[in-house]
Design a binder for this molecule. Sequence first.
Ligand code: PNS
Length: 160
Amino acid sequence: MKLRRAVYPGAFDPITNGHIDIIERSAKIFDEVIVAILLNIEKRPMFSVDERIDMIRAVLKLGNVRVDTFEGLLVHYAVAQQAEVIVRGIRAVSDYEYELQMALMNRRLEPRLETVFMMRAEGYSYLSSRLIKEVHTLGGSVKGLVPDLVEERMRAKHKA
Ligand code: PNS
């Protein structure tokens, strides 16, 4: 039987509980989910790619999820991985326009790939890595919004 493989792409700088929610939901639907970190997306990331991979691996304990990196076009990577689906989380209506643009461009580039939008648990609907970093850097608590391990590593970064 053919394996249904999905790619969940992003920067994951750092992974939040909102991302984890989407990964867990996708892992129930697809045979395999690849969490794919885009290399060089941000000029000054908080965490190096290796640190991000390490945190994601440490907090995700699902047998059918693996972590990888990619560069260049997402559709090229997804096809090379023999994935059929790109998973994206939608938080609010404001996300939709950008996500629609990407999904339609990706479909134009590679009609064999389908983008699937998934809704997060409502408790995490407002979360973004950018906001998490801003709140943390300015001294606010991000407890409960990212895994404990990520919070610890953010604190360690802040002290360094
Ligand atoms: O974490 P993000 O910023 O929401 O992730 C955006 C991401 C990585 C999905 C997007 O920037 C992407 O796919 N980049 C790879 C380059 C590419 O394929 N660009 C064309 C998209 S239509």
